[in-house]
Design a protein around this ligand. Structure first.
Ligand code: CU
Length: 164
């Protein structure tokens, strides 16, 4: 009788211990998860901030000639089609143009004033080739760009940003 009680007591004790350990483990795990989620949110917020600042002060731009439903467009690294390029004033900006491997059409970037004066143009690109244009927009506030061969669809605006 005494022994039985003792065994029962031990069983209850170990059961309680198991429940306590499990509960603590779950508590620790949820704290870790909440912390991880908070840290990821902070990292994301930081990334967004970094992106918007780097965009305002960027001097390197990437345009790829791409086709969407049979229409040629320029696309940047953020999947923006015919993006507005925020070039830095009085600075040498680099505009890289790239064509896709399977693209047999030729493309050529042309940067112009609003009254069609050509400031600069790239080499012709096709079939995966690329070119880089170094361009200083001076003090102009805005201008435009297009593709020599697809001027109606591969076209966009250039904003010249003075802040550093
Ligand atoms: Cu083109």
């Amino acid at each position: 009788m005494q022994n039985n009680n003792y065994t029962n007591y031990n069983m209850i004790k170990s059961a309680l211990l198991t429940v306590t350990i499990l509960a603590s483990a779950i508590a620790v795990l949820s704290v870790v998860l909440v912390l991880a989620a908070t840290m990821m949110q902070q990292a994301n917020a930081q990334n967004i901030n970094e992106n918007s600042t780097s965009q305002a002060t960027a001097t390197t731009f990437q345009l790829t000639a791409t086709q969407v439903n049979g229409t040629y467009l320029w696309v940047d690294n953020n999947s923006m089609y015919n993006p507005t390029l925020m070039l830095k004033a009085n600075t040498d900006n680099t505009i890289s143009v790239k064509s896709l491997q399977n693209d047999t059409e030729e493309h050529e970037l042309v940067v112009q004033s609003w009254n069609n004066q050509t400031y600069t143009e790239s080499e012709e690109i096709e079939g995966g080739s690329f070119d880089e244009v170094l361009f200083n927009p001076g003090n102009n506030s805005s201008m435009k760009y297009h593709c020599e061969y697809h001027p109606d669809t591969m076209r966009g605006t250039i904003q010249v940003v003075t802040k550093s």
